[in-house]
Design a protein. Structure first.
Length: 338
């Protein structure tokens, strides 16, 4: 009876938190549609989206062809990076774990750029990015084990070193390729300026499927983060949970990186903030991280667009400025394990 009441309370807390964050996300989306090289009042944004009457066609074109796909892409990228970071942190019992620091983003970027060098098509680029992300995580995971157990400090160091290795290989490839592909150097810092409906339609189904898988493992993450052996005694197939987490998180990161490049620290910053606000229960942390990441990256993208108009700051630089100090703070507190 008591466990039933606890489950009901937990579910209620998740729904309320998600509803509040979803409302904030919607408001953030509309506000960010208003700003750019040309600013529009919210009334014109609503009219362009919802009104069937006469609306300035130039405003409609700017909103639908440029800003809306960019805002939607920012939401999905932020959500994907954040929920993946939350899952990695729970599974590895390390609040410093996230796709950028673990080198997974660099591995995905290496795969994507390598596909450009050898001249494969669109599907090939996505496949290479996924394989690069997955192989990188498997390398980091294998190097991060000591005496059969994950060592929190070692896995972070392994991720940083392997990420640096792949970044060096990327720079080496760029130095040998066509001048037109040297724009990849800008893409490596993270860039949403090329977002379009193709990126939206490709990332969206992968985000939904991967997020559902990761969120469905929330209770398993709770048990694994306490003690893996105890989790097995509760009937959790820890090997299956780990393998599916690695697979779907790497797939999600690979797809994101292949479209927008490397955007760091979102998966570190947002789950950490969610734990500070909502506690350590992953049944709440993962869904709130998903929505919180979407909110964060929409605003980060807005800052990147309006800070020094008409120039645009790479969004990866914005997230690094915000996320790097958080990384240092957590590191100094030595909170390596949950």
């Amino acid at each position: 009876m008591k466990s039933g009441r606890n489950l009901e309370t937990s579910l209620k807390k998740v729904l309320i938190s998600a509803a509040i964050l979803f409302t904030i996300l919607l408001i953030s989306g509309f506000v960010c549609l208003s700003f750019g090289t040309v600013n529009f009042p919210l009334s014109k944004i609503f009219a362009a989206i919802f009104s069937s009457g006469e609306t300035d066609s130039s405003i409609v074109n700017i909103i639908y062809d440029i800003r809306l796909p960019r805002v939607l892409t920012a939401m999905m990228v932020g959500a994907g990076l954040s929920v993946s970071g939350a899952a990695f942190q729970a599974l590895l019992r390390n609040p410093l774990a996230e796709p950028y620091i673990l080198g997974i983003s660099s591995g995905g970027a290496f795969g994507a750029i390598f596909s450009l060098v050898i001249g494969v098509g669109f599907i090939g680029t996505q496949s290479f990015a996924f394989v690069g992300a997955l192989v990188t995580f498997l390398l980091v995971y294998s190097f991060g084990r000591r005496f059969g157990q994950i060592d929190p400090t070692t896995i972070i160091l392994a991720g940083v070193m392997i990420g640096a290795f792949f970044s060096a290989l990327i720079l080496l490839m760029i130095s040998f390729i066509d001048q037109s592909l040297r724009s990849a150097l800008y893409w490596l810092i993270g860039n949403l300026s090329f977002a379009n409906y193709q990126s939206v339609l490709t990332i969206f189904p992968i985000l939904i499927i991967s997020s559902l898988v990761l969120v469905s493992f929330s209770q398993s993450y709770n048990l694994i983060s306490i003690n893996e052996e105890n989790a097995k005694q509760f009937g959790i197939n820890t090997k299956l949970v780990k393998n599916l987490t690695y697979l779907f998180a790497s797939l999600l990161i690979g797809i994101i990186v292949s479209f927008v490049g490397i955007i760091g620290f979102v998966g570190l910053l947002i789950p950490h903030i969610c734990r500070m606000i909502f506690g350590n229960d992953n049944k709440i942390v993962l869904p709130t991280s998903l929505l919180g990441g979407a909110i964060f990256l929409v605003w980060a993208d807005l800052i990147s667009r309006i800070l020094i108009p008409p120039a645009e700051i790479p969004i990866g630089a914005i997230t690094a400025v915000l996320g790097a100090p958080m990384f240092i703070i957590i590191l100094k507190q030595k909170k390596y394990e949950f």
